[in-house]
Ligand binder design. Sequence first.
Ligand code: HAM
Length: 451
Amino acid sequence: MSKPEKIVAVKGMNDILPQDAPMWELFENTAETILKSYGYQKIVTPIVEDTSLFARAIGAVTDIVEKEMYSFEDSMNGDKLTLRPEGTAGAVRAVIEHNLVYEGPKRLWYKGPMFRHERPQRGRYRQFFQIGAEAVGFSGPDIDAELIMLCRRLWDDLGLQNVRLELNSIGNADERLRHRADLIAYLEQHEDILDAEAKRRLHSNPLRILDTKNPAMQEMVNAAPKLLDYLGEESQAHLDGLKKILDRNAVQYTVNPRLVRGLDYYNRTVFEWVTDALGSQGTICAGGRYDPLIEQFGGKPTPAVGFAMGIERIIELMKGLGETQAPSQCDVYMVHQGEAAQAQAFIMAERLRDAGLDVVLHCATPAGSGSFKSQMKKADGSGAAFAVIIGEDEMANDQAAVKAMRGDAGEQQQANVPFDGLVDYVVDQIIGGGEHDCDDENCNEHGHHRH
Ligand code: HAM
């Protein structure tokens, strides 16, 4: 018989394995705590939406819509659907559909997988995770500043360094139109320098040409008419207002007149948080205003601004901090031998869990598996603070042996504890500083669930 063919994950789509999961959890918990502390409320929208939602929101002449969307026809009914490439379009659809801003502006956040058929490389995947925020119904630069400062707080809390903020204003539609006419005229004068992609975009999306990485075009795009010079009074005041708040709060930034973003819905403020530590995919968070979008979708005119961060990129930065201590799987590992001891261990494990402890019970199938020695090795590997051991001797004496697993060998004391006092004893040991010495009653380091 031939060997069955190996099944592997879809290219560019990753598994998050248990060894990385605690870091994801740490990131998500930190981000969610901060979002909550700024008054953002969670929204969950479907992963699949009508293709036309994305085409209209993101723009027909963008990389995402032109070549990166996972679109398909629902074979049951012919609906044209797409796996969401980003979260803003779905959030905006939900805001309009449920009239969420009826009572006033809303601060929203979401997280989840996004899908883009890009060429996979470090930091760029076909399924990737974002956490995003959208502040809907706010028109002033104070909210732009709030979102930016929320990000700064997150980088600080995570201990990320060398993340810098780039800022720009791309004005409103009229301002862009005036700039566009001048830009096209300028680019046409330099047509001999334009590469194929730039030529293709010359009349459809000339702003994106300014974004080019082609070294041969740098000098030419550097001297191109700058959108910043075309801002009208209101757009200029918005940008100045934002800069003032950032300055007042000691947020460092550089204004990058060439920052244009790859999605069409933006106006005025756009920004990116960038690091040099990740190679070419160094943008860990990006966003901006999209004031006209909700009206374009048939809603009442409602200004809005938001951002999304790429979680894989941030996790990679966190890994670079070198604090990847093996996470402990549990507080207690239960070791047992013999049928009666196994039955008793089952009961005691449940009681310890009732008291709020995380308990891993050694699995004794197939029958008789695991000598004491190999079970103790597993207990050690689990990162448990204590091993609770029940063998024939213990059963005969109605007690368990409790062994401290942390600290030097000398400190790893063992005590015999009657079954009926076992839960209190272990809880006492853990709260009482068996794990670390600290006088602060409010300290959380002892564990997560002490009653
Ligand atoms: P975006 O710039 O397309 O914006 O994506 C935001 C972030 O998602 C990027 O800065 C990056 O960290 C991450 N990201 C994007 N593509 C990939 C990929 N292929 N692999 C890994 N990470 C990736 C948006 O998605 C907008 N919806 C942001 C927004 C919200 N604007 C206003 N509100």
